[in-house]
Design a protein around this ligand. Structure first.
Ligand SMILES: Cc1cc2nc3c(=O)[nH]c(=O)nc-3n(C[C@H](O)[C@H](O)[C@H](O)COP(=O)(O)O)c2cc1C
Ligand SMILES: Nc1ncnc2c1ncn2[C@@H]1O[C@H](COP(=O)(O)OP(=O)(O)O)[C@@H](O)[C@H]1O
Length: 313
């Protein structure tokens, strides 16, 4: 997959894609339906499959102070896009200039002149352009005049019981600790990756060393203890682990962190990239009377996780 970070001055070979257009945060089942449709049209037209998204995310552009909300890191997003067969990733810079383009100008300058796309696939509620003046109807009209095809997809989901698959729905599920529902909507466990950071090194004093990751701009899940699995960069094995997410009130922690204790494992991981997949929720984080009381609870949590993973108790 080739990543292009501008829509102007592209070579002819980088243009002419069938484009799935959106933010694609999470690459959930709804996004996958949009991408699969674009892929089949690309095959028919013998055109490359492209994704168009904005960087920064428009929500972050408009609300720089809003709490972290992303569902995945750009690294994992790129890995999954490549697996889905995406050939061109267009990261369109979301600037004040782009924000102010009318729908007609966006289609002309970005989609037609800039990317030279053949066809665009969006969700049927897609809005774009200055103050969201553009919608699927105007997109169809403006694209038809430029010989660009448009497909608008209805929302995908288990509508009767659970509603549609959506990034907002996944954030809500994670914030309530419902990692099963998030897993279903994403079609894979919710995953956090990053480089292992140094902490206060108290974990090892109670025989529970934890590899620490920062959440950065990722949404905070419900604070508490989870069964997770961990993949260390360069390895294929997924190691069973127990993790805490939160501020660590017992030790007066200030920032939300992800701390992972890998079961039956003893190796230095500082500075290594690890990928942590959330499997099930065990309990909410709480403030203990003493570090000793916390230690007793962590031992129970680890036993609970061992049972879930079918390891010797
Ligand atoms: C399985 C597990 C559960 C945890 N639960 C809590 C908790 O409920 N409340 C809390 O304040 N800290 C909790 N912690 C965080 C510990 O306070 C933290 O890991 C410990 O202070 C060591 O961190 P450090 O080595 O970075 O200092 C938990 C840690 C683990 C591994
Ligand atoms: N089973 C394990 N799970 C997680 N990290 C481990 C494990 N065994 C050793 N480590 C190493 O120990 C470090 C964590 O030790 P800890 O005392 O909690 O220090 P810190 O506060 O810096 O996280 C990890 O970053 C990793 O390098």
């Amino acid at each position: 997959m080739k990543t292009l970070t501008s829509y102007s001055g592209l070579k002819a070979s980088d243009k002419g894609a069938v484009l799935a257009l959106g933010n694609f945060d999470g690459l959930h089942r709804g996004h996958q339906a949009v991408i699969a449709t674009a892929k089949s049209i690309a095959k028919d037209l013998k055109a490359p499959l492209g994704i168009g998204l904005f960087r920064p995310h428009p929500f972050r552009f408009f609300k720089p102070e809003a709490p972290p909300f992303r569902l995945m890191s750009p690294t994992i997003r790129a890995e999954i896009m490549a697996e889905l067969g995406v050939e061109h990733l267009y990261e369109i810079p979301f600037t004040a200039e782009l924000r102010d383009l009318e729908d007609t100008e966006f289609v002309e300058q970005v989609l037609h002149e800039g990317l030279g796309i053949r066809h665009v696939v969006v969700g049927e509620d897609y809005g774009f352009g200055k103050n969201r003046c553009g919608n699927v109807e105007s997109l169809k009209r403006l694209c038809a005049a430029r010989n660009i095809g448009v497909t608008a997809m209805p929302p995908v989901g288990l509508h009767q019981l659970y509603g549609k698959y959506g990034s907002t729905e996944i954030r809500k599920a994670l914030q309530s600790g419902d990692v099963f529902h998030a897993h279903h909507m994403l079609s894979r466990p919710w995953t956090v990756d990053g480089t292992v950071q140094k902490g206060q090194q108290r974990g090892r004093t109670i025989n529970f060393p934890t590899a620490n990751l920062e959440f950065g701009d990722l949404v905070r899940p419900k604070f508490g203890v989870y069964c997770v699995d961990v993949q260390i960069d360069g390895e294929t094995e997924r190691r069973p682990a127990v993790a805490n997410t939160g501020n660590r009130p017992t030790v007066g922690g200030e920032d939300a962190r992800l701390e992972v204790h890998i079961l039956d494992f003893d190796r230095d991981l500082y500075g290594q990239r690890i990928t942590v997949r959330f499997r099930s929720f065990i309990r909410a984080e709480k403030k203990f009377e003493s570090f000793e009381a916390l230690k007793t609870q962590i031992e129970k949590d680890a036993q609970g996780a061992r049972a879930v993973f079918g390891l010797k108790l």
